[in-house]
Design a protein around this ligand. Structure first.
Ligand SMILES: [Zn+2]
Length: 146
């Protein structure tokens, strides 16, 4: 094919509407989140209990849950006691979901912008402007200082 077919503007509009819908539901989900959120991720580490007679003294430790989180630029681990374990797991899970939705939101917004640019291109008048040669004036430097 010698010419590249321009995309159909109505298809681009439909695509933008679909993206807008999914953007809307993502925003609604983000706004519905009431927290509390907890930054960090859940990790399980082997922990030595310290008893000399325990198998862990000479072998693998006991699996124990920690929250790995960045504080003032460094990663810190917090041991999670049984009392706080479930709550922290829930909060960290909500935080993760929130961040995933935020990433999806950024992706959809970029897709909308790209589609809007595509729409402008599809709507552009392909006919060249006709005029006398040499009439087109080069844009000079403006006096504006910006
Ligand atoms: Zn032990």
């Amino acid at each position: 094919m010698a010419y590249q077919m321009k995309p159909d503007p109505s298809q681009i509009r439909q695509r933008i509407r679909r993206l807008e819908d999914s953007l809307g539901s993502l925003v609604a989900q983000l706004l519905a989140e009431r927290g509390p959120l907890r930054r960090g991720s859940f990790v399980t580490l082997q922990r030595k209990c310290g008893k000399a007679t325990c198998h862990c003294a000479h072998g693998p430790g006991h699996p124990a849950p920690y929250l790995s989180t960045r504080c003032e630029g460094r990663t810190r681990l917090f041991y999670l006691t049984p009392e706080v374990r479930d709550q922290v797991a829930e909060e960290a899970g909500r935080y993760r979901t929130f961040r995933q939705r935020r990433a999806l939101l950024a992706q959809r917004m970029r897709a909308i912008l790209a589609s809007v640019d595509e729409l402008a291109e599809a709507l552009e008048n392909p006919a060249p402007l006709v005029g006398k040669r040499g009439q087109a004036r080069r844009r000079g430097r403006s006096a504006r200082s910006d």
